[in-house]
Design a protein around this ligand. Structure first.
Ligand code: ATP
Length: 268
């Protein structure tokens, strides 16, 4: 197991949540030098998480390279969110070696904006830099015009943009996305896919791990797609570097992934 060192882990959730307290307690086991040598932003070795009698994550290994966009698929209850929480350093009960080189930011399925703070103040929350950085992040996600708005007046897509801005303003090396688009309508989801790809392209070296249920989303966005099963990476496939991609180009990969997920397509 790697030595337990301080890590710079931030989340896009409220700073006063229990989760962030867990981070502050030093849940992540960090060996920054090891990851840097290997050109990796994150490396997980032998990660295990047991809930009562049930081993949800069972000696799992993952490496994420700098600048790599990885999608993680898995059936409901397979442990995707559990894995992501451990990677973010939010789970003091997870065991194994977690190596992160740099800052981690997380955006969750629900944007987790504090309703009593304006959008700009949510983005700037806990920031140790001038507020201009928060404005710049809002501009990057196309939300500068709503900086002074209250979170409850935002649409689902706008709230997710604010959540992304809150993650990006921390200049993360690794961005963890836990099903951030699943609650959005299909058109907004497509817009958000474009936005995330734009942001990822602009932030050279940013590693992304996207947890999703959606095989097509994984294939459109990621360089590499992993399938979680039985507590480990049960399947892994690389996707071509060409973007944008259409589902038509990816028929075989899609079929393979659906098979791995135990989904039978109905061709009637
Ligand atoms: N705090 C907890 N206590 C007990 N069991 C838990 C806890 N958190 C998660 N689990 C269990 O671990 C398993 C994996 O949960 P997790 O939320 O990681 O799955 P998931 O793959 O993200 O699921 P979904 O796709 O439905 O969101 C589930 O069976 C869940 O009930």
């Amino acid at each position: 197991m790697a030595a337990s060192l301080p890590t710079r882990v931030t989340t896009t959730g409220p700073a006063d949540t229990a989760e962030t307290d867990a981070t502050a307690a030093g849940a992540a086991q960090v060996d920054a030098a090891g990851a840097e040598r290997a050109g990796r932003v994150a490396s997980v070795c032998g990660l295990t998480r047991v809930f009562g009698e049930r081993t949800v994550i069972d000696g799992l290994d993952i490496d994420i390279e700098r600048g790599e966009f990885v999608a993680l698929l898995g059936r409901s209850g397979s442990g995707k969110s559990t894995l992501l929480r451990a990677l973010a350093g939010l789970d003091p009960e997870a065991s194994g070696a977690l190596t992160v080189d740099g800052t981690v930011a997380v955006a969750f399925q629900e944007p987790r904006l504090l309703p009593w703070k304006r959008v700009i103040d949510n983005v700037a929350l806990g920031l140790d830099r001038p507020k201009e950085a928060a404005y710049a992040a809002l501009e990057e996600v196309g939300l500068a015009g709503l900086a002074k708005a209250w979170p409850l007046t935002l649409s689902g897509g706008e709230a997710q943009r604010a959540s992304l801005a809150r993650a990006l303003v921390r200049e993360p090396d690794l961005l963890l996305l836990d099903e951030p688009f699943s609650a959005l309508d299909a058109l907004t989801r497509i817009t958000m896919h474009r936005l995330v790809l734009d942001l990822w392209t602009r932030h050279a070296g940013l590693g992304v791990l996207l947890v999703t249920h959606d095989v097509d989303e994984a294939l459109r966005l990621a360089d590499r797609v992993l399938v979680l099963g039985e507590g480990r990476i049960a399947y892994e496939t690389r996707v071509g570097v060409a973007r944008p991609r259409s589902t038509g180009d990816l028929v075989e990969l899609r079929a393979d992934l659906l098979e791995q997920l135990g989904v039978k397509e109905d061709h009637r």
